[in-house]
Design a protein. Structure first.
Ligand code: SAM
Length: 197
């Protein structure tokens, strides 16, 4: 398994596939262990790096992970099989905003897909949390751009950073969820329903 993980890290570097930072995944793996997380939904599989690591925490972890890019989806499937995790990781090839879930709920929903759509993902998937379940979002610092929008020249990048800043405000001002922000890796948040605290 360790070999597969290193192989994936090399592949990601070579093919310019963004994968989670080491500190961030370490934080999530610990969260899974400490809170006995079993059912996970991940938005944004890429090549399966984070899903495979999350599934490796313990044998009763089950993951559904969604990816809209065909090449990455195929690579993810390949990696999941190589690690013998196909019974515990289901890879869905679809846009996460178009997936129709029913009759399922999760202890942890990990948002790691298109940064401009974080609020939409949150609003769509919050209904699929188990009582006490959490939504973790990655990349809230966006490589130091968040909070420094005025220094960005590119219009598109500025817009994207604006959307992440709006998402952070949305979390801070949310009546339904309590969110804690962590200065770990590229910036993480953990949101839990206020009623569940
Ligand atoms: N979680 C992965 C890991 O750490 O190994 C990294 C995911 S990468 C940062 C984000 C991925 O989300 C990309 O592969 C991208 O194609 C996918 N993505 C972006 N928007 C999406 C959407 N709306 N639905 C499904 N996948 C999406």
């Amino acid at each position: 398994m360790k070999e597969q993980i290193i192989e994936m890290e090399h592949y990601a570097k070579e093919h310019n596939v963004p994968i989670i930072e080491k500190d961030s995944i370490a934080f999530i793996l610990k969260f899974i262990k400490v809170n006995d997380v079993k059912e996970i939904l991940e938005l944004g599989s890429a090549i399966g790096y984070s899903a495979i690591l999350m599934a490796s925490v313990k044998d009763d972890v089950k993951i559904t992970t969604i990816e809209r890019d065909e090449a990455r989806y195929m690579e993810c499937l390949k990696n999941v099989k190589k690690c013998g995790l196909e019974k515990r990781i289901e890879v869905v090839y679809q846009d996460a905003l178009e997936v129709n879930l029913s009759g399922v709920s999760y202890d942890l929903i990990f948002i790691d897909a298109a940064k401009g759509q974080y609020t939409k993902f949150f609003e769509k998937y919050k209904y699929f949390l188990k009582p006490g379940g959490v939504i973790i979002t990655d990349n809230l610092k966006f490589h130091g751009h968040v909070g420094n929008r005025n220094q960005i020249a590119s219009r598109n990048l500025k817009q994207l950073v604006g959307k992440i800043e709006n998402y952070i405000d949305f979390l801070k001002n949310n009546d339904e969820f309590e969110t804690k922000f962590y200065d770990v890796g590229d910036g993480l948040s953990v949101s839990i329903r206020k009623n569940d605290i």
